[in-house]
Design a protein. Structure first.
Length: 293
């Protein structure tokens, strides 16, 4: 379809010095990875990035001097490593989503309808709008708002019924909202799993503490020996409480971050709906069909 429209066409606004492009700005595509549509993220690739970040993170913690922070992360069992990994995985997804959202928002800054208020959108003038979209963006189907408009205008040209354009835009908008909800499914699963890992660490720590305490009572006969050996018990209690502490802190930070990102994307989808109403629906001229003789 792009080859049908020449950017040098004088009937549309001049092309941008450098047309908008998802391919040149999307972080996943820049790294040669298959990217999700819109603000969706390739979770598998984000997981690989999280593995690298987790490795560097714990290596940096290993270089820390002895202290409570180092002990909490390195000496409290495997749940600490998994919780940090899942937290970084979520963080990578959210960083990519934020970047993708900023790319999508660029499309809203440019009008696809001539500034002339006398312009009316009909089946014959739809080509002019399509040419304008291809002048603004390379591969405009990758921009959610332009993709909506292109589908609606193609339907307008094929069906010839301007009254259906609003319904088509709303239908595509509902599909985009469903995709938006699905893109947060992985984050929701990790957000549930991280506190559970903390509780698992608590159970393991309490089990270790109780087991050590029972062993002390069996092996020690004097009070001084029991008191001197309680350090083994406190290690299990530290594991019990610090695993939960770390997991809850990570979950809290992620919950706030996810809520902020989700709200930003919902606002963007609303803006796309308003853009379609202002740029397309409000300029439609409904032509009366001639009655058969």
């Amino acid at each position: 379809m792009p080859q049908q429209f020449n950017r040098s066409d004088q009937s549309v606004s001049p092309a941008l010095p450098r047309p908008l492009s998802v391919l040149r700005a999307d972080p996943e595509r820049l790294l040669g990875v298959r990217a999700g549509s819109g603000t969706a993220v390739n979770s598998g690739f984000a997981g690989l990035v999280a593995i690298v970040l987790t490795t560097f993170f714990f290596y940096g913690v290993y270089l820390f001097p002895e202290g409570p922070f180092r002990s909490m992360l390195l000496e409290r069992g495997p749940t600490q490593y998994i919780a940090v990994f899942l937290g970084l995985w979520c963080a990578v997804i959210l960083v990519f989503k934020k970047r993708k959202l900023s790319i999508q928002r660029r499309a809203l800054r440019h009008a696809v309808i001539p500034e002339n208020h006398e312009f009316v959108l009909t089946t014959t003038s739809a080509d002019q709008v399509i040419r304008a979209i291809y002048a603004i963006a390379d591969d405009p189907q990758r921009f959610l708002v332009y993709n909506r408009i292109l589908i609606a205008l193609t339907s307008l040209k094929n069906l010839g019924r301007a009254s259906d354009v609003d319904d088509i835009l709303r239908s595509i908008g509902e599909r985009d909202e469903s995709t938006h909800q699905t893109s947060f499914a992985t984050l929701g699963g990790f957000l549930w799993a991280i506190p559970v890992l903390g509780f698992i660490g608590t159970v393991l720590g309490l089990a270790s503490a109780i087991g050590n305490f029972s062993s002390l009572l069996d092996n020690q006969t004097d009070v001084s020996g029991i008191v001197g050996s309680l350090k083994e018990v406190t290690g299990g209690l530290s594991t019990a409480f610090e695993t939960t502490l770390l997991a809850l802190v990570i979950a809290l930070v992620l919950q706030l971050w996810i809520t902020s990102q989700k709200k930003a994307e919902e606002v963007f989808l609303d803006d796309c709906q308003d853009y379609g109403l202002r740029q397309i629906v409000s300029r439609i001229k409904v032509q009366r069909e001639q009655e058969p003789n």
